[in-house]
Write a protein that binds this ligand. Structure first.
Ligand code: SF4
Length: 71
């Protein structure tokens, strides 16, 4: 994660990529604080053990193609 021109950039190494709060944006207290300028970030920081982390789970169902073709 790093900041540039007032924007926050999250990288694939950051835990945020699979975090529910990152998907919602404003639900992340750290991103919110960085975005509002309440916290500054010098250089690059990798988020690996965030106390606010909430796993973003996908809820996909596999469709039985044989069953679909017969209908
Ligand atoms: S809550 Fe933590 S892990 Fe989730 S997006 Fe924010 S900083 Fe990243």
């Amino acid at each position: 994660m790093y900041c540039e021109d007032g924007k926050v950039f999250v990288e694939k190494e950051d835990q945020c990529m699979s975090c529910k709060n990152f998907k919602k944006g404003v639900a992340c207290p750290l991103l919110q604080a960085l975005g509002l300028g309440m916290v500054t970030l010098e250089g690059i920081m990798y988020v690996t053990n965030c106390g606010f982390y909430a796993e973003n789970r996908r809820h996909l169902k596999l469709i039985d193609q044989k069953h679909e073709k017969n209908n």
